[in-house]
Unconditional design. Structure first.
Length: 191
């Protein structure tokens, strides 16, 4: 496993009260306003910190992760909440077995900096996204902190924006709802 990837053994840190202080889900839900008829994907879903609250509001969520352990935990937590509109997909690389032009929205939380082949994953996300869809990207600010990944694993927001634009996206919004994370919203560039 890459040293940049969060260890499944520490999954409880991803749903604990400390994370709720740093990354309150309700702030994201207020920004994204998920709707009942929508199809979402949470790429790098982990134990479902964002997946489950989104699933409570939309038609379907694809919970996507490289870790079978994380998907098992996410599935167990969803079952406890009796959520049945989540499909779990384990991936091994940048290829995601979801149809083209299917998703209204895609969410990536603190995971984009972990990808070795960012252009490939962005191309794959664009394929799955509806013409009017959005990619919501939340990732660690490029600042030294006592928590989160080391600075050398983080990406500056302008680097991320450049990657997206070069892969055929436009910036729809930049939000500062979080203190330690930037939030970027992208759409497909008009072709």
């Amino acid at each position: 496993m890459s040293e940049k990837i969060f260890s499944p053994q520490n999954w409880e840190r991803l749903i604990g009260s400390e994370r709720e202080k740093i990354l309150p889900v309700n702030l994201f839900l207020n920004l994204a306003k998920p709707k009942l008829n929508e199809f979402w994907a949470d790429v790098g879903c982990g134990p479902g910190y964002f997946t489950l609250p989104i699933a409570e509001k939309v038609h379907k969520v694809y919970a996507i992760d490289i870790s079978e352990e994380m998907l098992t935990i996410c599935k167990r937590r969803a079952s406890e909440k009796m959520l049945q509109n989540i499909e779990y997909i384990q991936i091994k690389d940048e290829n995601i077995p979801i149809g083209s032009d299917l998703l209204d929205h895609i969410l990536l939380v603190n995971v984009f900096h972990e990808f070795d082949y960012r252009e490939k994953i962005l191309t794959e996300l664009k394929r799955m996204l509806k013409k009017t869809g959005s990619v919501y990207l939340i990732d660690w600010k490029y600042e030294k902190m006592d928590f989160g990944p080391p600075l050398e694993h983080r990406l500056r927001a302008d680097e991320v924006i450049k990657d997206f634009i070069e892969t055929g996206y436009v910036v729809r919004e930049e939000s500062d709802i979080y203190r330690y994370n930037y939030v970027l919203v992208f759409g497909k560039a008009v072709e």
